[in-house]
Design a protein around this ligand. Structure first.
Ligand SMILES: [Zn+2]
Length: 246
């Protein structure tokens, strides 16, 4: 297999009335079907470690058939309510990118723009989900656009979120996700310096062997992604090639 896929989800649920960007919500029924499809169509759902192993491996190394990883951005409460029961039943690994300075609160970074306040997982839920097998990773402290920050402020978001999540959860935090997909050379370098193994963007596309692990593509699944579009994204879509390491 010459490529791997990392899927991005935000909310699993119904959008509240008046919410902007209702596409960020995938209905629980559609999500369930999508997960069953992955299994039925012969995809192997792997952890982010599996994706990084794939990226860093030589071309002749064999990998699980059709590797796909599942990521959830922002750490919403509806992950616990609507996504995890399905994933747990299927035995699928999953990673949730949490905004460590907002855990237990709401989406203060975009609630005005989206016209909706969404509940975020609290530390008790994170601890319980971790014990049940969910992996957590960093999506900064406060969800800023990292290209608007430099120096200590940038350092606080990247190093600080890793330290906070590791301290509160008692697990190693190896992965990072850029808020809004915004990053530049300074932020990507700092993510690497902080000890993360890889970082994920919002650039649409598959992951290929030899990709820069700090600029990995993903494929976003939205409410508008019907069954045919879901199958297309998994089987045929390649998207933008990631930049190669310098
Ligand atoms: Zn986000």
């Amino acid at each position: 297999m010459d490529r791997a896929i990392v899927l991005t989800y935000h909310n699993i649920g119904r959008p509240p009335k008046g919410a902007r960007l209702p596409g960020l919500y995938v209905s629980p029924g559609a999500f369930h079907l999508q997960m069953r499809y992955l299994k039925a169509a012969g995809f192997t759902v792997v952890s982010l470690d599996g994706i990084v192993d794939f990226v860093n491996s030589q071309s002749h190394v064999n990998h699980p058939r059709r590797p796909v990883a599942l990521t959830f951005d922002d750490g919403f409460q509806d992950f616990n309510d609507n996504a995890w029961p399905v994933l747990k039943a299927l035995g699928f690994p999953v990673t949730v990118f949490v905004v460590t300075g907002r855990v237990g609160g709401e989406n203060l970074w975009d609630c005005e723009y989206l016209n909706v306040r969404k509940k975020l997982l609290d530390w008790d839920a994170i601890s319980r989900l971790k014990d049940e097998g969910v992996s957590f990773a960093s999506h900064t402290m406060t969800h800023p656009s990292l290209t608007s920050l430099a120096g200590e402020a940038l350092r606080g978001e990247i190093f600080g979120s890793k330290a906070a999540l590791e301290e509160k959860s008692g697990m190693g935090v190896d992965y990072f996700c850029y808020p809004y997909g915004d990053y530049n050379e300074e932020s990507a370098e700092m993510v690497k310096a902080a000890g993360y193994k890889a970082a994920f963007t919002t650039r649409k596309g598959c992951v290929f062997k030899g990709d820069n692990p700090y600029e990995l593509n993903r494929i976003s699944i939205k409410s508008t992604t019907g069954p045919l579009a879901f199958a297309y994204k998994l089987h045929l879509y390649k998207g933008t090639s990631a930049r190669r390491p310098k």
